[in-house]
Design a protein around this ligand. Sequence first.
Ligand code: ZN
Length: 358
Amino acid sequence: MEIRAKQGSTLKYYSQFYNLPHILLQHSNPGQMAAIFKSHDRVRIPGYLDSKDGSDTAKIRIEEPLINPKIRYDFSALQKDIEVLTEAYPFMEKRIIGKSVLNKPIIELRIGRGPKKIHWNGSFHGNEWITTCAIMKFLNEYLAALTTGRNINKVDPLQIYESTTLSIVPMVNPDGVDLVLNGPPPEQFEKLYELNGQSGDFTGWKANIRGVDLNKQYPAKWQEQKQKGVSAPSPRDFGGTEPLCEPESSSMARLAEDSQFDLLLAFHTQGKEFYWGYEGMEPPESKIIAEAFAKASPYQSVKDIDSFAGYKDWFIKKFRKPGFTIELGKGINPLPLSQFDEIYREVFGIFLTSLIVL
Ligand SMILES: [Zn+2]
């Protein structure tokens, strides 16, 4: 919430009054680090609901999750939830790292300013949108834990916040997700109907809206992968005319280049397993982290699979840092929402471990 400041007050004062870590108030009010407020200034108080009179006397702490991502999570549902969370937890940063083919923003969220840089992403593939739901649910839990001071499974959330910078791109492929959930935009129907093998059922669509598989776009054995895949735009498995020719995949490449992540997790469905090798180029800590994930979840650790040109493949090859593809749930994509609770329960340990393992 946002309140009118008291004349002469400081962030330190609000930190005590609202029982909030000082650092969260600092990051919620950038540029006012050491300032003494005047009475017309506004102060953002994370984790509290707006009081009706705009004063700071009504203290209503947000205890329950603010969002419920266990729904058919299209881009507009995601956008709404991001708005709710950035409003309630303004220490979370939001920025647009690129645009999809249909000009939808590809949104990155950042939590924490610590030295260990961790990245998660979801919905590289349209029919794997349930990955975004799981990421957003954990994100809400983490944010709420920070402002209420509750531990997450015995882990102090503030310790995570101070030691890590968590970068999240919850929906890499918004056009693909919207196609799966809502069908094609009218003006694109004919073209997509053709690409889809003259079928009006788009639920199995993995690619972006131009029929390029975004996770077969990266310069890590791209040519080899291309020969195994299909040779023209298609609902799945077409690697594009050249590496990173699509705006979604190139935005994600740029993000990794600019950010120098220490650990990267790409969430997909399905298989209840995770992959962490690439041609022996993965660093020694990949194995240690894989062991920690296997301990924290029932998912199977698998070093190598016969598939290349994915985001984590390229990340390992280019930066020699640990990268993981995590395959949530089991069944035929898109996995039904009835699997969501089980998926969340099983991947929870991987989310949390990724934040404390380095
Ligand atoms: Zn996938």
